[in-house]
Write a protein that binds this ligand. Sequence first.
Ligand SMILES: Nc1ncnc2c1ncn2[C@@H]1O[C@H](COP(=O)(O)OP(=O)(O)OP(=O)(O)O)[C@@H](O)[C@H]1O
Ligand SMILES: [Mg+2]
Length: 480
Amino acid sequence: MFSRYKKPDTSKPKLVEVPKPSASEAAPGVAPKPSASRRQPTKTAARVVPMDKEKKRKERLGEVKVELHKRLLDNLNLSALETATEADLRAEISAIAGEALDDMAIVLNREERATLNQELYDEVTGLGPLEPLLKDDTVNDILVNGPQQVFVERNGKLELTDTAFKDERHLLRIIDKIVSAVGRRVDESNPYVDARLEDGSRFNAMVPPIAVDGSLVSIRKFKKEKLGVDDLVRFGAFTEEMAAYLQAAVSTRLNIIVSGGTGSGKTTTLNALSSFIDDSERILTIEDPAGLQLQQTHVGRMESRPANVEGKGAVSQRDCLKNALRMRPDRIIVGETRGEEVIDMLQAMNTGHDGSMTTIHANSARDAVSRLENMIAMAGIEMPLKAVRSQIASAVNLIVQASRLQDGSRRMVSITEVTGMEGEVISMQEVFRYQRVGLTPENKIIGHFTATGVRSHFSERFKMWGYDLPAEIFEPFEAR
Ligand SMILES: Nc1ncnc2c1ncn2[C@@H]1O[C@H](COP(=O)(O)OP(=O)(O)OP(=O)(O)O)[C@@H](O)[C@H]1O
Ligand SMILES: [Mg+2]
């Protein structure tokens, strides 16, 4: 755990020089091209045969695959699949495929054959064309826009892949396989679903007619190895100094909101921040769906759920939160505040469950506060704006802004303290920020983190709790 700065009984914390990431561990934003372990069916042929021939061959291979898949479904004893060992099943598939290829008088080289067998195996046991992408660790998100278009996100950038489904029916079959495995249903009358896959990945699908050009699928892959504070510092998401400050903030139980856009790294940041919580504390987490991975011993996890097909049994994040308050939490962590649970979250923060954290979808610290105000208004609470604001100002201490920049790098672009109210307005001060200075010819952003030079509103508190942060931490970049 990142505890270099924990200092209740030691002297001044040491600033450790951040090692430059080596090629193999560089930040996704500046990462080297991943060694592509993805399936690339006919790439070898591509180099030796002219384009149109290769295209025809690819099409032919596609047809062969469909035909083979049909034969497999006819010939395989599907009910025995559950109990078959992987080796048996692979052997069986390879035998049936071999026979069929002979029948069709098609000759494939070894590599093509291995690829085909793997694809058929994925089709029978897994999620078909999605399977290699799910296994590829360099892929963060998988986004399907109808059967012929599959994008992935790597290193913060979207890329179109050559993965495709045979047709909409094929795609629907895979979607159905996924959702029925988690006891859900999706069809014309129930055209969208949000679920968590067995491996923890987040899955959302919307099918026609609501999805106009074919089913839309989004998968946020679950990373077993969550990025920790050290990783994020190494990747340039924030600096050692900011990490020291955040450690003091979490340890001294400030209430923290991580704000950011979609996929900006909010959950990752929240997870990393939670590593600063002391192991002796009782932490309750509420999510929709669950994705946090806390390292502490004493963690109670809750996951809200939608209503079932009869429209019953919904348990909202707000229900979980209300119940959590009766469960003697030391800290409450809400994965993402997006609705009426905001009321209970602020109340919890204001009434003794300090040190609570959540994320919110917003583009700046100011925007995060407006979002909170809006959520309160939407929850039907009729309170004068000033009262709402003073609730927010006394509940929230710190807003951490995560952002995915245009070059794909994810950075903590701002750390802002909420200092109170000035008249009708919530007053805030930015303590750290990411300063952009330019762009390289390759469109990589040039910039640096800097303190703004203001003295932390919480420095006395930090000191009292034994976190005497060195003054240099708060000096602007230029002053060093
Ligand atoms: N600083 C970072 N460097 C590299 N990769 C990161 C960084 N932060 C997050 N990621 C990766 O980016 C992806 C999105 O991160 P995360 O799930 O935390 O975003 P989010 O803001 O919570 O997204 P959403 O809005 O969908 O909930 C994840 O795969 C995560 O591993
Ligand atoms: Mg998230």
